[in-house]
Write a protein that binds this ligand. Structure first.
Ligand code: GDP
Ligand code: MG
Length: 299
C-alpha cells in the first residue's frame, strides 16, 4: 500500500488567494472568493483524490489581528484547521515583491511561526506570479528559504493554473502513507446548505460596497427537495442595523431581487439542478460583537 492521504491547512493573510488556490487544485469552485479581504469566515473542506493520494484541504479565513468577536471566531477556525492538519500551505502573494517586501516577509514569517508552533511541515506558496517580473523571483525565493525551514517553496499563479502540478507533487510528498479517508468520488463532506449560504454571501460581497458585506450573515432555513419540482430554498440575510436593511433591499426591492437572481444562478450551477430561492432580510443587532448571536450562527 503506497497510497497517501492526509489533511492540509491552507493559511495566509487575507486576499493572498487561499480560496482561489483550493478551487483550482480541486478544479471545482467550492470556496467563495472575492476581491475584498475576509471573504472566507469559516474553514471550507475540499477533497482531492487520484490514484496516488487523497488530500483533504481546509481553506481557512485570512490571518488578521482580531478585533471583533467574529474575527476571534475566525482565528479559532484557523487554529482548529492547523491542529487537525498533517502539514500546512502558507501563501504569500505579489506584495512580497514590492518596495516593502523585506519588511513584509519578516512579518509573514512571524505570523507563520506563531501559527505553527507545533512545527508541522510547511510548504510556502508564492501566489500571483502572473503579476511579477520573472527575474525577481529567485532573490525572493532565496530570502524565504533563509527565513524559515520550509519543506519547499513553490511559485504559482492559482488563477492561471501555473505551477499547480509542481505544488501537487510537493503536497503528496508531505502526506503520510494512509488509506483514503473518504470515498474517492466525494468533493467535500460539508452539507449543501453550507455552500448555498456561502454562495449568497459571495454575491453580496460582489454587489455591495464597504461595510455591507462584512455586516451580513446568511442562514438557510429551509432546503426541501420536492418530487418532480424544483428544490425549495429559503434563506435569511441578517444585517446589523435597520439602515443596512434598507440598503440591502434597495429602491423598490431592486437590489435584493438582483441578489436573489444571481444567487439562484450560482446555486443552480453548484448543485447542477434548478432551485426555487426565497430571500428574507432581518436585522440581528450588532451580531458581529455578540457572542451568543455568533453561537446561534454556528461560529
Ligand atoms: P483569500 O482571501 O486568500 O481566500 O483570497 P481569494 O482566493 O478570495 O482571492 C483574493 C483575490 O485575489 C481575488 O480577487 C482573486 O481573483 C485574486 N487572485 C487569486 N489568485 C490570483 C493569481 O494567481 N493571480 C492574480 N492576479 N490574482 C489572483
Ligand atoms: Mg478565502
Amino acid at each position: 500500500m503506497k497510497y497517501r492521504s492526509g489533511y492540509i491547512a491552507i493559511t495566509g493573510r487575507p486576499n493572498v488567494g487561499k480560496s482561489t488556490l483550493m478551487n483550482h487544485l480541486l478544479d471545482y469552485k467550492l470556496s467563495i472568493t472575492s476581491p475584498k479581504p475576509q471573504t472566507t469566515r469559516r474553514s471550507v473542506m475540499g477533497i482531492f483524490s487520484d490514484d496516488e493520494a487523497q488530500i483533504i484541504f481546509l481553506d481557512t479565513p485570512g490571518l488578521i489581528e482580531p478585533k471583533y468577536h467574529l474575527q476571534k471566531a475566525m482565528i479559532r477556525q484557523i487554529q482548529n484547521a492547523i491542529q487537525d492538519a498533517d502539514a500546512l500551505v502558507y501563501i504569500v502573494d505579489d506584495r512580497l515583491f514590492g518596495e516593502t517586501g523585506g519588511i513584509l516577509l519578516t512579518d509573514e514569517i512571524n505570523r507563520l511561526k506563531d501559527l505553527n508552533h507545533s512545527g508541522k511541515p510547511a510548504i510556502l506558496v508564492i501566489n500571483k506570479i502572473d503579476l511579477v517580473v520573472k527575474d525577481k523571483l529567485l532573490p525572493v525565493i532565496d530570502a524565504c528559504n533563509a527565513a524559515y525551514p520550509f519543506q519547499s517553496i513553490i511559485p504559482v499563479s492559482a488563477k492561471k493554473n501555473d505551477g499547480l502540478t509542481d505544488l501537487m507533487i510537493e503536497l503528496k510528498k508531505v502526506l503520510p502513507l494512509h488509506q483514503p479517508y473518504y470515498d474517492q468520488e466525494i468533493l467535500t463532506d460539508f452539507p449543501e446548505r453550507f455552500f448555498v449560504a456561502e454562495l449568497i454571501r459571495e454575491q453580496i460581497f460582489y454587489y455591495y460596497k464597504e461595510e455591507i458585506p462584512y455586516s451580513t450573515e446568511v442562514q438557510v432555513n429551509e432546503f426541501i427537495e420536492r418530487d418532480g419540482r424544483k428544490d425549495y430554498i429559503s434563506a435569511v440575510i441578517f444585517v446589523e442595523r435597520d439602515s443596512q436593511k434598507g440598503i440591502l433591499i434597495g429602491r423598490q426591492g431592486k437590489a435584493l431581487k438582483d441578489i436573489g437572481t444571481r444567487s439562484r444562478k450560482a446555486i443552480e450551477h453548484f448543485l447542477g439542478r434548478p432551485v426555487f430561492l426565497e430571500l428574507h432580510v432581518k436585522v440581528s443587532k450588532d451580531w458581529r460583537k455578540d457572542d451568543s448571536k455568533l453561537r446561534q450562527f454556528g461560529y
